[in-house]
Each structure stands twice: as structure tokens, then as C-alpha cells.
Design a protein around this ligand. Sequence first.
Ligand code: ADP
Length: 372
Amino acid sequence: MVTAKANILVVDDDEMVRLSCRRVLEEDGYSVKTAENGEVGLKCFKEIQPDLVLVDLKMPGKSGMDVLEEIEVMDPEVVKIVITGYATVSSAVEAMKRGAYDFIPKPFTPDEISLIVARGVEKRRLLLERKALKNSQEKIRRNMVSLVSHELRAPLGATVQYLEVLQAGMAGSISSDAKELIDRCVIRLRELLELIGRWISLATFDPARMAESFEAVSLIDVAKEVMALLTAMARERSVSLNLDAPKRLPSIQGSKVCLQEIFFNLIGNAIKYNKKGGWVKVTLYDEDQEVLAEIADNGVGIPEEHLPRIFDEFYRVDGRRNAPIRGSGLGLSIVKTMTGAHGGRIHVGSRVGEGTTFRVHFPKVLNPQRQN
Ligand code: ADP
């Protein structure tokens, strides 16, 4: 937090500027340190960790722009104000593009420096407040994850085990009516455990950590493996499953486990929200810079008004808990998050009663800036 006495560092080779800044800003109640060049300025910066820095752009030795850049790396929340002569206004604009908050042309009056610093200190206060809020939100999220995973998952898991003991008749014989009720309890509790597991994996998903396990992955292999896992489910529902892919498909950079999760959710949904005798077609295309995966079905379709929300957490088109097709409403939000972490994007098109097509574009070469 910015205390009543904010720390200001003035880096300028002009002694008059340093003296006048110190006088005005100390009168305003700030604690002020000055440095006569870039090297000394950066040394002071590390020592006093100021809230705001005034940097002259034109100094002999290390340039003001270099000083700004190094400060930006060390602490992006420090407010940087550029001091400049009229002749270098364009470089002040350049400095602002690189993170400086404002600039003050020389010569300046005491009122001008006083005002610009007061605004900068207020900006610093807001930046730190935002950071503190973000930290406390992150703490709440972490506590929530640990509460859900320990306090809810563990007793639920134990309850399922007790019920399984009853189910197996290991605690004495039970009537068939009681057994049926226990069977239903177990099914519901397993669904709840699966929902909790999915939510935890979404809430704790860390794209940076995932990127560490990136390797060259063949989407043909991923599609085949996932389709093999889902064959039984498709057969049970009389839905046919087909894969169409070119003989040679370039690999993409990704996490195999996460790509399997993406395909598992999309193909699983295409089977789940289908009808008896329906089909699911998975097609892979080699497209310029990308590999495109298309998962199409001729199932129930999604009403147009729901399409913008289906990627939201917990959103289900039929939101009822006891809806005929069970689900958590988390699958597509996991798909979207993981696709984004691969630098990809996903689109959906659907017609009620006719079917749905999801298209997922993955870049062949990962551009880190496109990860989100
Ligand atoms: P759920 O656990 O409910 O399946 P998802 O996040 O995977 O959650 O999907 C959100 C909603 O989008 C689903 O409840 C379903 O209504 C709809 N949906 C997803 N995929 C399809 C599909 N292939 N066909 C029809 N509806 C779908």
C-alpha cells in the first residue's frame, strides 16, 4: 500500500532539476531520493523500492529508456514518469508506449511537478489495491479448492465405500427394495464425485505448468485413442463413430493428456446428445498454419439462444438436475480453457433436431502470445 509518505526516486543528470524536485516533493510530504545517472538510479531503486520514479530520458551513460525498461521488469507496478526536453516529446511518447505513466516537459513549474506526482502516487495506490484484491481472490479460490477437495470429496468417497459394503451384503442381508435405493445412492454420489473432480481440475488448471509438458502430438493418435475408449458408450446408444483423417497430418505442439480431455469431452457429448441410430464423425484437416479437428453429429442439436453460453462453467441447455441426460456443465468450459492454452480456438454450429458441429483449430507451431 502507498503510505502517507510515498517514496519517490528522481533520476536526472541536471542538478537543478534534482534539487527543485526534491524541494517541491518533500514539501508535499514525500520521501525523496535522487540519482545523477542511470546506473546510480537503478542502484537506488533496488535499495529504496520507490512507489514512483521520475526519469530523465536524455542522460549521458545509461539512457532513461533503458532505466525505464529495467524498472518495468523489476516491478511493473511502480509508476514511471518521464522528464524530457521539448525536443524529445516524441521519445516521451515512445516511453509511454513502453509502460511510462506520464511525461513532464522541461522546464516545469513547482505546481506542475507537484500535480503530476500526486496523480502518479494515486495511480500507484490503485495499482497496489488491485494487486491486493487479486491476491485475496486467489487466496479465496485456493481455500475453496482445498475445502472442496478435502472436506467434501473425502467424506463422499468414504460414504460410497460404506454403501458398497451394504450393497455387497457384507453387513448382513438387505431387502431388494433397500438394495435398489442403495444402488441409486451410489450412482448419484459417484456423479457428484465426478463433478467435484472436474471442477477441481478446472479450478486448478495452470496453463504455464501444462506448457511444460508440451511435445509433438499426433491428433490422429489422440482421436483414435479417445474413440476406442468411447466405443462401448457409442455401441450402447447405437451411435456410429467414424474418423476421417489425411494419411499424413502434421503434429501439433501440445499436452497429450489435455488434448485427450478435449476430444473426450467433445466426442463424448456428440454421443451423449444423440439419438438411436445417429452418427458421430471426427474429421481432421491439415490447414495451412493449423490442424483443424471437426467433431460433427446428427444428434439433438442446440437451440440458437443457448449457443453463446454453452462454454460457461456449469451451463447446461437443460439445466435441470434430474435432466434425462446427466452432466456437470463443465465439459465444454474445460475444452475451451484447454484449447486456449494450446493457442487454439473453438467454434460451434448447430441446428435443433439436425445436429451439432464443433471445430477446433490448433496452431502447428505454438505462438506463446496466443495462449490464454
Ligand atoms: P454437460 O456435462 O452438461 O454435458 P458440457 O459443458 O459438456 O456439459 O456441455 C454444455 C451443454 O451443451 C450440455 O448440457 C448440452 O446441452 C450442450 N451440448 C454440448 N455438446 C452437445 C452436442 N454435441 N449436441 C447437443 N448438445 C450439446
